[in-house]
Design a protein. Structure first.
Length: 97
């Protein structure tokens, strides 16, 4: 999960450094498959650690992450992306949802 998140972030950083991508929504690489690939990778990482720990308390952490992503983080992030990239967002959200 950590490698997945890191690969996405490094690729996105390199993509954003290209002046031809200025003001455009990042929709390539892992981002063409889901809107928040870095959160997906984080969830895999923490779920793996929780399974290794094997306690109820540890297993509650990925569940709380899912709740936080679904109800807090993703709605706020999606609203920002929809406003910032109003031309590209609707088709991208429909394609990856």
């Amino acid at each position: 999960g950590s490698v997945y998140s890191l690969w996405y972030e490094v690729h996105r950083f390199k993509w954003k450094k290209d002046s031809g991508n200025k003001g455009r929504l990042h929709m390539v690489g892992l981002a063409k498959y889901c809107i928040h690939p870095n959160y997906f990778g984080d969830l895999f990482t923490y779920t793996g650690w929780a399974i290794c720990a094997g306690t109820t308390c540890a297993l509650s952490i990925p569940l709380m992450m899912v709740w936080t992503f679904v109800w807090v983080v993703n709605p706020n992030s999606d609203a920002y992306l929809a406003e910032r990239y109003s031309q590209e967002w609707p088709a991208y959200a429909a394609q990856t949802a």
